[in-house]
Design a protein around this ligand. Sequence first.
Ligand SMILES: N[C@@H](CCC(=O)N[C@@H](CS)C(=O)NCC(=O)O)C(=O)O
Length: 380
Amino acid sequence: MPRHQLSSEKILIIFWLSTHGEHLMKTDQFQPQTYRLLGGPGSPYSLKMRALLRYRRLPHLWIVPSGYLGSEGELKLAGKGMIPVLQYPDGSYHADSTPLIFELEKRHPGYRSVLPDDPAASFLSHLIEDMADELLVEAMFDMRWGAEFDRTFCATRQLQGWLGVIARPKLDALVAKFTSRQTSKREAMSTTEEGYQLLASFYIATLTVLESMLERTAYLFGGRPSLADFGLYAQLCQCALDPSASTIMRSCAPRTFQWTQSLDDASGVDGDWVPQSTWDPSVREMLALAGRFYLPLLRAHHHAVESRTESFEVVIDDLVWRGQAESYKHKCLVWLQREWAALAPEDKAKVQPMLQETGCLDYLTIVLTGNKPVPDMSPR
Ligand SMILES: N[C@@H](CCC(=O)N[C@@H](CS)C(=O)NCC(=O)O)C(=O)O
């Protein structure tokens, strides 16, 4: 065929682009690189990253590697000691979902970003995500590894997902081992019954906020999901499955149940950020939870780590929560403070009254002792 003549396939492609091309243009360009996401069933942070990659339309493969948490195989090679691990197209391995999400923003700027355009809203979105990553996870974990019925179901289905075809006696032995490991991790979160009561109240309060948000907006900052939504999704998609947590969600938050199912794959969502007047009510309610539950707890972890005490105690709603200090939470408070301090005065002014009213502001501005240095946030 002469070179200047068009083949019938090319004519078809040109015709298709002329009729559908505007949709391609609207949502930025195709990204040719492929990421590999190594994660596992039942891992909220793995599912958070998968939902994020899907929403951002970043080509990726979802891989459940053999060898749970690095006992063998590729996870051992990656050497992160946690999941998920994201392998970049250049072959390097990276971990820790929040810094990874920020790094992906830099690698693919302006391409279906999950950071609201308004820097003040973007800060709040990170604060809410942090609360979900660090506190809602504990509510999920508490319910998952609390009652016998939950433990057996959750451990069995998680290990089935990891191990695939396996004889029942072998699976049962591994389920028993995994359950005892997870149960002792649960006990480290809080040693008081009152601490567990607080987690239950926090879970129900979070569901209540989302359920009412769905009367106004699809996501916290508008018609497109933000960092905060992915943080909440991570834990709530597991709560939607785990027996006790799911029973609560189905009875008091059926719309949130479906929200978790939908955000799992939001690759087709093409919404907009909305103005503060629209996002204000639900975000304010989330901040009220941060001021009441999360930030006092974070402060207590920070304080314990700074003073080299292994455990901490904090009173919330007149209930005592005692637990083991975590160095990651120590860093979270510092990172949030740094991000707040870096905001321009005019951006701070937009949300300062709201942070003040919800009891968050003091935690973001109080001068912390700096005995333990905290590096900048970056993936591991
Ligand atoms: N901050 C990390 C947390 C990741 C994390 O804790 N992953 C869990 C599974 S969901 C894990 O690997 N835990 C280590 C363990 O169980 O030993 C992130 O956001 O990716």
